[in-house]
Design a protein around this ligand. Structure first.
Ligand code: SF4
Length: 181
């Protein structure tokens, strides 16, 4: 009997739709987790959440939303506001979200966890993997470092986003402090 059970941390529908399609085709036992305290403002968070839920419903994949706690994210990234994307603020942001995913995976009988946080070409895939592995060590559960961008993953992501008319944001998630709610 295959007891593998994967928890997949997702940031939004466009980044996860191709991976959901691929894992569904493989008949993988997996759940999509939405833990994104980095997303501002709250209206934007709600839009991405709704779209990610819609896609999971369409593919018949379980979807879990954890707490939306932007103040935890603010505290963790304090002092790093002026870091560029791919810099130290992103290290902290990835680790915060992946460690929470690892905790949830451990507490809920998953055998491994992974994420789609590095699928966009705007992201540093190795940076995401380093955070995932650190979270894995901290919670003692394996992090799957599959690069979903490869083997046409990025093209499929773009094609499905268009085909399914997904809401596609124009920024990663955090905003300058002056615009925070
Ligand atoms: S740019 Fe994205 S990954 Fe980096 S800190 Fe902001 S929300 Fe997090």
């Amino acid at each position: 009997m295959n007891t593998d059970k994967l928890l997949l941390l997702s940031c939004c529908a466009p980044c996860s739709v191709g991976v959901i399609e691929e894992l569904s085709a493989q008949h993988a036992n997996f759940t999509v987790l939405f833990y994104n305290p980095n997303i501002r403002p709250a209206e934007e968070y709600a839009k991405r959440l709704t779209e990610n839920k819609r896609i999971c419903l369409e593919y018949g994949v379980p979807f879990v939303e954890l707490e939306y706690d932007p103040h935890t994210w603010d505290a963790a990234t304090k002092g790093l506001e002026h870091e560029p994307e791919r810099g130290k603020r992103c290290d902290v942001c990835f680790y915060l979200r992946l460690r929470r995913a690892a905790q949830y995976a451990k507490e809920n009988g998953f055998t491994r966890f992974s994420s789609v946080l590095g699928i966009s070409r705007y992201k540093d895939f190795d940076q995401v993997c380093r955070a995932g592995q650190k979270a894995a060590e901290s919670e003692n559960i394996p992090y799957d470092t599959t690069n979903w961008r490869k083997n046409g993953g990025e093209q499929r992501r773009a094609a499905l986003t268009k085909l399914k008319k997904l809401y596609a944001q124009t920024y990663c998630g955090c905003k300058p402090r002056t615009s925070l709610k």
